[in-house]
Design a protein around this ligand. Structure first.
Ligand code: FAD
Ligand code: EPU
Length: 340
C-alpha cells in the first residue's frame, strides 16, 4: 500500500505536535512500492529528503520543503532459533513497544528494559535507543535498507553500524540516504536481567518475582511517573544528550557541585546528567506561552498546546546557553531539528 500527498500537514506525524507541512509525503508498506516510486518519480532527486518514523525524536522548526519518505513496513517473523537464542526480523514500521511486548510475552529476553520507548523499529536502529542500563545495539544483528544514492537494497551487520551512545552510521554518512526497511534482532531464551539502573531492581521486586514481565511493568511505571505522555503534552523525550566530558573536567565541577550526578563513560571519560544541569539553572517547570520544560524531568521540553517549532527551538537554545554559562558544559541535541 502507498500513500502519497503534496502540501501534507505534519502535526499528527510527530509527537511535538507543532504545525508544519511537507511539500511531498510518500508512505509505503513494501520495498517494491519504494522501488516503483523511485523509478517513476523524480521528486526525490531534486528535493531534500527526510525519512520519517513516528516522529518522536523530531522538531520541525519550519515547513519541510522536500520529500518525506515513511517506510511503514509491518511484520515480525522468526528467522531462526536454537536452544539458547531466537532471531527475529521486524519491519521498519513495527511499533517499537509492540515488538517489546511480543518478546516479553514469549519470554525472550534482551529488550525488556527498553519498554515503552515511543517510535518505530527502523528509527530504533538509527538512534541506538537506550534506557535503564542497556542500548539496542547489543541486540541488533543486522539492518537492511534501500540506499537512495546507489538505488540498491543491502544489509549492514551491526558491527559496521558504528553504534555509540544515541549514534550510528545512519545519523551520519547514511543520514536520509539509507531507508531502513527491516532490522534483525537476537534475543535470549535464558536471559540475564539488567537491574543496576536507578530504582529498577527495587521497583521490580515490589511487583513480585524478578521476571521479564515484571521488569517490563516496572520500567513502564517508572517512565510513566517521570515522562510526559506525548498524547497529552507534545514532546520528543530528552531534548539533549547527556554530555560526556573529560574526567578531569568532571572532577573540577564536582569540587564546586559535590552532589552532581556523574557516571563512567565507556571511553574513560565521564557522563553528566543534562537534566540535573538544566534544573540547576532554574529551568525545571519553566513555561513561556505554550513552550516549556517538564516539571518532573528538566531534560524534556514540552508543547503545552499551540507552541510553534521555532518557540521550542528558541527555548532550547536559551537553555543550552545558560548551562554553558554556569557549568562550561556544551549540551548537544538528541532531538533531530529539521530547519532550512
Ligand atoms: P523519528 O522521530 O521519526 O526519526 C528519528 C530519526 O531517525 C530521524 O533522523 C529520521 O530521519 C530517522 N529515521 C526514522 N526512521 C528511519 C528509517 N526507517 N530509516 C532511516 N532513518 C530513519 N529514546 C531513547 O533512546 N530512550 C528513551 O528512553 C526515550 N524515551 C522517550 C520518551 C518519550 C516520551 C519520547 C516522546 C521519546 C523518547 N525517546 C527515547 C526518543 C524516541 O522515542 C526515539 O528516538 C525513537 O527511536 C524515535 O523513533 P521514531 O520512529 O519516532 O523516529
Ligand atoms: N535529574 C535531575 N533533574 C531532572 C532530571 C534528572 O536532577 O530534572 C537527575 C536524576 O535525579 C538522576 C540523573 O539526573 O540523578 C539521571 O536522570 P534519569 O535517570 O531520569 O535519566 P536521564 O539521564 O535524564 C536518560 C535518557 C533517557 C532514558 C533514561 C533512563 C538520555 C539523553 N536520556 O535520561 O532517554 O529513558 O536515561 O535510562 O540519555 C530519551 O533519550 O529521549 C530518553 C528519555
Amino acid at each position: 500500500m502507498i500513500r502519497s500527498f503534496s502540501d501534507f500537514p505534519l502535526r499528527k506525524q510527530h509527537t511535538f505536535g507543532t504545525e508544519a507541512t511537507a511539500r511531498h509525503y510518500f508512505e509505503f508498506t513494501e520495498t517494491e512500492d519504494l522501488q516503483g516510486y523511485i523509478e517513476t518519480s523524480t521528486d526525490w532527486k531534486k528535493l531534500p529528503v527526510l525519512i520519517l518514523g513516528e516522529g518522536s525524536n523530531l522538531l520541525f522548526v519550519n515547513d519541510f520543503p522536500g520529500l518525506i519518505i515513511n517506510p511503514n513496513i509491518p511484520g515480525i517473523t522468526i528467522v531462526h532459533e536454537d536452544r539458547s537464542n531466537i532471531w527475529l526480523e521486524a519491519g521498519a514500521g513495527v511499533v517499537w513497544d509492540d515488538l517489546v511486548e511480543y518478546a516479553v510475552f514469549n519470554r525472550w529476553g534482551g529488550i525488556e528494559n527498553l519498554s515503552l520507548i515511543p517510535g518505530k523499529v527502523g528509527a530504533a536502529a538509527v538512534q541506538n535507543i537506550g534506557a535503564y542500563g542497556t542500548e539496542i545495539q547489543h541486540r541488533i544483528e543486522s539492518v537492511t535498507g534501500f540506499d537512495l544514492e546507489t538505488q540498491t537494497e543491502y544489509t549492514i551487520d551491526a558491527a559496521d553500524c558504528q553504534y555509540a551512545y544515541r549514534n550510528s552510521i545512519f545519523k551520519n554518512e547514511l543520514k536520509n540516504r539509507f531507508i531502513i526497511t527491516s532490522v534483525n534482532f537476537k534475543l535470549d531464551k535464558f536471559p540475564e536481567f539488567i537491574l543496576n539502573y536507578g530504582d529498577l531492581k527495587a521497583e521490580t521486586e515490589k511487583l513480585g518475582d524478578i521476571t521479564l514481565r515484571n521488569i517490563r511493568k516496572a520500567v513502564i511505571r517508572i517512565r510513566e511517573s517521570k515522562l510526559p505522555d506525548p498524547k497529552i503534552y507534545g514532546n520528543a523525550g530528552s531534548f539533549f544528550m547527556n554530555p560526556v566530558v573529560e574526567s578531569s573536567a568532571a572532577e573540577q565541577l564536582l569540587k564546586v557541585h559535590p552532589a552532581m550526578p556523574h557516571y563512567p563513560a565507556p571511553d574513560g571519560r565521564t557522563k553528566l546528567a543534562a537534566g540535573w544541569l538544566i534544573e540547576q539553572c532554574g529551568w525545571k517547570g519553566f513555561r513561556r506561552g505554550d513552550a516549556g520544560v517538564h516539571e518532573k524531568q528538566a531534560l524534556v521540553l514540552v508543547n503545552y498546546g499551540n507552541a510553534s517549532g521555532k518557540e521550542i527551538f528558541d527555548l532550547s537554545e536559551e537553555i543550552r546557553q545558560s548551562v554553558f554559562s554556569k557549568f562550561g558544559v556544551t549540551l548537544n541535541r538528541e532531538v533531530n531539528v529539521i530547519s532550512d
